[in-house]
Design a protein. Structure first.
Length: 344
């Protein structure tokens, strides 16, 4: 009887504890992580997109590798839209950024013969500057008024190109210089996508990003603090438009053509849908939404006209079932993981 009581007394009590709770409690100290399990717990969500993209680039067939290129381009556009949305600028015209970058890169290559490794960076920078210059006069507009301007601008540019027949007119510019190989196309785009995702997620969590989010929450309070919100909006707009311009410039040298379709509404609406489905305000959610919607659109392509019906039903179901976005839902569930710990 005495041995049994001794064994019960020596048996340590255990209870459940959320894995992230101990990490958060030590996050302000140098000993933020105390075990390999905690290190893996924090690293896994960050390693998943890196490992996933590298595996997909090798495992997919040639056709689906081209789809992966399109997915990455729309993911960049969705991230650029999310950056603007977090600053209080709801854009309906990501096609403006995409088309400007595409035409700049295409014209420099077609008329001047500059190679892609020069035209793409130049189109990224000057495309960002040009789009920012277009929208600076309307930065004081809010809500739907700013959105309507961003929607109208790419439509205006299409009609100008059609009427004046500049840059090839309705026929566009073809015969552009290709990138060295399909692997260069794929891996350069993947590296840029990952750099944009992790780099700008870090930016949005910095003091600069907090000011941008503060402008979205209450711009009057930020102005009362002595901060020039329009200067911060200009910076956010340049960052977002440069990302979109890069996507357009890069895809131009993949398809070896640039024309009026680069201003199509698909490049404006699909990034918004991706951000809404994935989760606004995270950047990673926008990327996740693109990796869901674009392949889904390709899978449903064989249904013809019914493709739009099923696609629309999918969007409605996800919007109603998970209004916060898939990424927010997965993130919440991931942070609820528990482990058994001993009670001293």
């Amino acid at each position: 009887m005495g041995n049994a009581e001794l064994n019960i007394g020596n048996r340590k009590k255990r209870r459940k504890e959320r894995i992230d709770r101990g990490i958060k409690a030590r996050s302000s100290d140098i000993f933020a992580l105390s075990s390999w399990r905690e290190m893996l717990y924090l690293a896994a969500p960050r390693l998943l997109p890196i490992v996933g993209l590298l595996v997909l680039s090798v495992a997919l067939s040639v056709y689906w590798q081209r789809v992966l290129l399109s997915v990455s381009v729309f993911a960049l556009l969705a991230i650029s839209w999310d950056i603007m949305a977090q600053t209080g600028m709801i854009s309906l015209g990501q096609a403006l950024f995409f088309g400007t970058g595409a035409y700049l890169s295409g014209t420099m290559n077609h008329y001047w013969g500059w190679p892609p490794y020069i035209t793409i960076p130049l189109a990224t920078i000057f495309g960002g500057l040009l789009c920012t210059a277009f929208l600076i006069p309307v930065l004081r507009l809010r809500g739907i008024f700013f959105s309507m301007v961003t929607l109208v601008l790419p439509l205006m540019l299409v009609r100008i190109i059609e009427a004046t027949r500049i840059f090839g007119g309705t026929e566009g510019l073809s015969g552009l210089t290709a990138l060295p190989s399909k692997w260069v196309e794929l891996y350069v785009l993947i590296i840029v996508l990952l750099a944009v995702l992790f780099g700008f997620r870090r930016m949005m969590n910095s003091d600069f990003g907090l000011v941008l989010k503060g402008i979205n929450d209450n711009d009057r309070s930020v102005m009362n603090a002595g901060i020039n919100i329009y200067w911060f909006k200009i910076q956010a707009l340049f960052i977002a438009s440069s990302i979109g311009a890069f996507a357009g410039a890069f895809l131009t040298h993949v398809y070896l053509f640039v024309g009026m379709p680069v201003f199509a509404l698909d490049y404006s609406i699909l990034p918004i849908a991706s951000a809404v489905v994935g989760g606004i305000g995270t950047l990673a959610g926008s990327m996740l939404g693109a990796f869901i919607l674009v392949p889904l659109s390709e899978i449903l392509r064989g249904l013809g006209g019914l493709r739009i019906v099923f696609y629309g039903l999918f969007l409605v179901v996800f919007t109603v079932a998970i209004p916060e976005g898939i990424f927010h839902y997965i993130q919440r569930k991931y942070h609820q993981f528990e482990r058994w710990v001993e009670v001293e």
